[in-house]
Design a protein around this ligand. Structure first.
Ligand code: OOG
Ligand code: NI
Length: 472
C-alpha cells in the first residue's frame, strides 16, 4: 500500500490552499509573482548569503495562512486537521488588549516543530478564536446569541475529521484517502456562497469586524496566505507600480544593516469581495465585504527571551521618540534605536545570548585544549554559528495588521470583566498541548551544543561566558 506521508500531505495542502486562494483573490497571484521575482533577484545578487535563513526552495514555497474560528470545539477540530499535516499548536497570543485596536480573539499558530520538517516545508497557520464570553466586547444577551449561533453550525464534515484522525495516527494516508482528505480540507476553507444574514452581521460588526467575520457567517475561510520575502522593502516599492495599495508601513523591526530579528510584515488592504446577503425582509441581494487582505513577510533570527525583552524595550523607546518627534518617519526612528542597541553581527547576537543559533565545530579549528564556554569557543574560532529562523508570530504586528484592515473601530468597554485566557487554558480547552515556542528554539540550540561538546570531548558548554567577564 502506498502511503502519502505527513510531509507530503502538508506540502500538497499548502499548494492546494494557495491555488484556491489565487482563484478567489487575483491580487494574491500578482503578489506571488512579484515576491518570486524579488527573491530570485536577491539570490542572484547575494548568492549563498541570501540563503542564510533558509534555502531558496524553502523560502519560495513558504507561506503562512490565517483563519478564524468561534469556539474551543471548532479550534479542537482545526487541531485535528492540522495534526494530520504535522502542524501543532504553538504559542499563545491574546489580541484582546492589543494596540492600536483591541480584537476579541485569542490565537495560536499551528506549525511543524522538527527543524528537519521546517526546512522541508514550514507551512504554518495563525488561528484566532473568538472569546464571546468577554464582557468588554459582548453584553450578556449578545454573548448568548453568539454562542448559540456558533454552537449550531458545522465547519468541518465528519468525513474530513475522521480522515484527519487516521492520517495523524498513521503518519499519512493511502493515496485515494489522501486525495479525498486534501479535497475536503481545502474546500472547508473556501469562501462560502451562502447568503450572509445582514442584520446579524451588522450587529456583530458594531462590536468588531473580526467578530462579524467569525460569528456572522456559517463557515470559516482562509483570510490570507502570506509568502515569505527575502527583501520586503523592495516588494513594498513594487506593489504600488502594480496598482495595489499597501498599508502605511512595514510592521515590526526596521530595515538596517545588522542581522534581522523576528518578523517584518506588511499587507495590502482588504479588497471588496462579492457576497450574497439575506435582508431582514428575506430578499437575497448582492453586496460585498472587505475582510480578506494580502500580506508578505520577511523572517529573521529567533531571539532568546533576553533578545525578546530587548526588542520590546527598543519598540517602547521608538514609541517614546516618535511621540516627541511625530514628523520623523517611523522607520528612521526605529533604525536609530536598533543601531544604538542591537549587535551588528550574528556572532555578537550569539555571544550576548540575544539570538538563537545552532553551533558546529569548524573544520579549521585551533589545536589544543578547547575552552568550555561558548563565547570563547566562538572568539577563538572553534565553532561557527548558524541562525535559527523565527518561526512564529508577533502579537503587536498581528494587531497592526488586523487594525489596518478593520472597516470600523468597533467598540469595547474596558471597565467590564474580561474572561481570563492563557496558554494553559487553551491547551485544556482543545485537549492538546500548546507548546511554548521558546522551548523549541532552546532545545534546538541545546542539541547542537551537545553535539559540539561530544565532538570536542567537553562534558558541557556554558552558553553565557564567565571566563572573560563579558558584559559588552
Ligand atoms: C490574523 C492576523 C495576524 C499575522 O501574520 O500576524 C497574522 C488574522 O487576520 O486573522 O496573520
Ligand atoms: Ni498573517
Amino acid at each position: 500500500m502506498t502511503v502519502v506521508e505527513t510531509l507530503e500531505l502538508r506540502a500538497r495542502f499548502a499548494r492546494s490552499l494557495s491555488d484556491l486562494y489565487g482563484t478567489e483573490v487575483p491580487a494574491y497571484t500578482t503578489l506571488l509573482e512579484v515576491a518570486e521575482a524579488v527573491n530570485d533577484e536577491l539570490l542572484a545578487r547575494l548568492g549563498a548569503d541570501a540563503e542564510r535563513l533558509g534555502s531558496i526552495e524553502r523560502v519560495t514555497a513558504e507561506r503562512h495562512g490565517a483563519i478564524r474560528v468561534g469556539t474551543p470545539r471548532e479550534l479542537a477540530q482545526v487541531a485535528r486537521i492540522f495534526g494530520a499535516l504535522g502542524m501543532y499548536p504553538t504559542g499563545f497570543y491574546d489580541l484582546r488588549d492589543a494596540a492600536p485596536a483591541p480584537i476579541p480573539v485569542v490565537s495560536t499558530a499551528f506549525r511543524p516543530h522538527d527543524p528537519n520538517q521546517l526546512s522541508r516545508n514550514p507551512f504554518r497557520v495563525f488561528v484566532s478564536m473568538l472569546v464571546p464570553e468577554d464582557e468588554r466586547f459582548f453584553d450578556a444577551d449578545l454573548s448568548r446569541r453568539l454562542l448559540d449561533f456558533l454552537g449550531s453550525r458545522t465547519l468541518f464534515p465528519d468525513e474530513l475529521l475522521s480522515l484527519a484522525d487516521t492520517a495523524e495516527r498513521d503518519d499519512g494516508l493511502e493515496v485515494a484517502a489522501a486525495d479525498r482528505f486534501l479535497e475536503l480540507a481545502t474546500a472547508a476553507f473556501a469562501l462560502s456562497p451562502d447568503p450572509v444574514d445582514r442584520d446579524w452581521y451588522d450587529e456583530l460588526e458594531r462590536v468588531s469586524s473580526v467578530a462579524a467575520d467569525i460569528g456572522g457567517v456559517t463557515s470559516t475561510h482562509i483570510n490570507h496566505l502570506t509568502p515569505r520575502l527575502l527583501d520586503i522593502d523592495e516588494l513594498y516599492r513594487r506593489m504600488a507600480a502594480h496598482g495595489i495599495a499597501m498599508i502605511d508601513q512595514i510592521q515590526g523591526p526596521p530595515r538596517w544593516d545588522g542581522p534581522d530579528i523576528l518578523l517584518r510584515q506588511t499587507s495590502f488592504r482588504a479588497l471588496a469581495e462579492p457576497r450574497l446577503f439575506r435582508e431582514a425582509d428575506g430578499r437575497i441581494v448582492r453586496g460585498d465585504l472587505r475582510v480578506r487582505f494580502g500580506e508578505v513577510e520577511a523572517r529573521g533570527v529567533a531571539p532568546t527571551l533576553a533578545g525578546r525583552q530587548l526588542y520590546d524595550r527598543m519598540l517602547a523607546e521608538a514609541d517614546a521618540r516618535s511621540r516627541n518627534a511625530p514628523d520623523l518617519p517611523r522607520d528612521q526612528v526605529l533604525r536609530a534605536v536598533w543601531e544604538e542597541n542591537l549587535p551588528r553581527t550574528d556572532v555578537d547576537l550569539a555571544r550576548r545570548d540575544l539570538g538563537y543559533y545552532t553551533f558546529a565545530v569548524r573544520s579549521d579549528r585551533p589545536e589544543g585544549v578547547p575552552p568550555g564556554d561558548l563565547v570563547t569557543l566562538l572568539d577563538d574560532g572553534w565553532v561557527e554559528a548558524t541562525p535559527i529562523v523565527y518561526e512564529d508570530f508577533l502579537p503587536r504586528s498581528a494587531a497592526g495588521i488586523f487594525a489596518s484592515n478593520l472597516s470600523g473601530q468597533g467598540s469595547a468597554d474596558a471597565s467590564r470583566t474580561s474572561a481570563p485566557r492563557d496558554r494553559a487554558w487553551l491547551a485544556k480547552a482543545i485537549g492538546r498541548p500548546v507548546i511554548d515556542p521558546d522551548d523549541l528554539y532552546a532545545h534546538q540550540r541545546a542539541e547542537s551544543l551537545e553535539a559540539v561538546a561530544a565532538a570536542l570531548g567537553l562534558d558541557h558548554i556554558d552558553v553565557v561566558s564567565s571566563a572573560k567577564g563579558d558584559t559588552s
